[in-house]
Write a protein that binds this ligand. Sequence first.
Ligand code: NAD
Length: 471
Amino acid sequence: MAENLSFFEKVNKNFDKAAQFTEYPQGLLDQIKICNNSCHFTFPIKRDDGTIQTIHGWRAEHSHHKLPTKGGIRYSTLVNEDEIVALAALMTYKCALVDVPFGGAKGGIQLNRNEYSESELERITRRYTYELIQKNYIGPGVDVPAPDFGTGENEMAWILDTYLTMSQDKLDAIACVTGKPIDQNGIHGRKEATGRGVVFGLEEVCSYEDDMKQIGLHPGLRGKTVVLQGFGKVGYPAAKYLTEAEAIVIGIAESDGAIYNPKGIDIEKVSTFRAETGSIRHCSDATFIENPNDVLELECDILIPAALENQLTAENAPRIKAHIIAEAANGPTTTKADEILQKRGALIIPDTFLNAGGVTVSYFEWLRNLSHVGFGRLARRYEETAYNAMLLFIEQATGYQFSDDERGPLHGADETDLVNSGLQDTMVNAYQEIREIRLKHGKDVVDSRTAAFISAIHKIAQSYMQLGIFP
Ligand code: NAD
């Protein structure tokens, strides 16, 4: 029966489960849960062949308890109001969990981007931005979009340019959107941030010996076998950094087929092959599997859904063998699948935590845009000079000569170093909070998803109380 729940109902069901472990008045819980605003835009575009088409787009601002609201924009045929509201709600809980001071939002346009030319996509994106501006759904202090499924740096640059053209406040206008190209006021590390955050998160999850023992695994990522669904902006960097951490990616599922190699897939080779052919089909060194969903059922330690919602369902969950389900996508596990997988003893790492790297680094980009100075610019050379002076002092005092390798890590931190350090700190702290909540209530009583929601509810409730709305 639970399989028939809409996406937003599913999110609310998880919220209600967690709310039982808090003592806030029902009225406050209802306010936290409800979506504050949502808007459906329709507008015409002229296709390259001269025909006119009506485009459907949405933007939802789930919670205004902190401003601006923040959330990606996706281009997918599955986009509808329920999906956008549900994703906006997840953004609220995610931001609260990782202490990023935004309310949650999400936007989307119902289309398959492969069916449109570059210039059609530009016209659609610019017109969508115009609608956002007209309805006050965008602005550095209002609502700040970012990339999501089916969108990327190009779309963010078009959004920025449209907003700049129409904005009165030119000074801070560059903070109206994140995930921008570096030379358009983007930040180093944002492109890879969600995938990198997934790996920082998994490193922390797998570092607890007793938790790993409970699911029959050794601590650490080294040697763990991984199957990945979706080789996009999240999936590709996650696979890359997992390989660097000596995990072994044995299967990758894409929308048009999958590849499998029990000895490990060469991630860069697949990335280059896909860039050249537009697909991972028949990439050498791996066996091609026609039905991508078959790969999800392979024997492996970690299964990472990194494509879309509702991928692990009551239908396929009984055949999924992974010990850890790492939700890099938003909402990949249905309520029923969650029950089946947990009953079998799998550890589910929830989306609200695991894919929070994207919004975390978007927060850094927004701060960088408002401060108009790159991270590391003021301190880097000073730190480097101080490190060198310290090393020289030690060398003179002890007679020891530091090698180049020993000196290597002691350079002044640049923007990438600082972004990655802030991201890692965020992921580690958030997981420790989740784990502490589980230990407090009992690991068998509260799962990681419920713990993540409990943490988020506490933080949002506190925020409302500080505003004096619910004294
Ligand atoms: P993307 O468009 O860059 O990549 C998605 C990939 O999944 C594409 O390569 C697509 O071909 C593939 N795919 C689509 N349907 C599939 C299917 N049925 N089976 C296998 N592969 C399939 O999107 P993305 O930005 O990587 O987002 C993926 C997920 O991560 C989404 O749920 C998104 O909401 C979530 N997410 C993204 C970010 C971000 O910063 N981009 C941040 C947080 C969460």
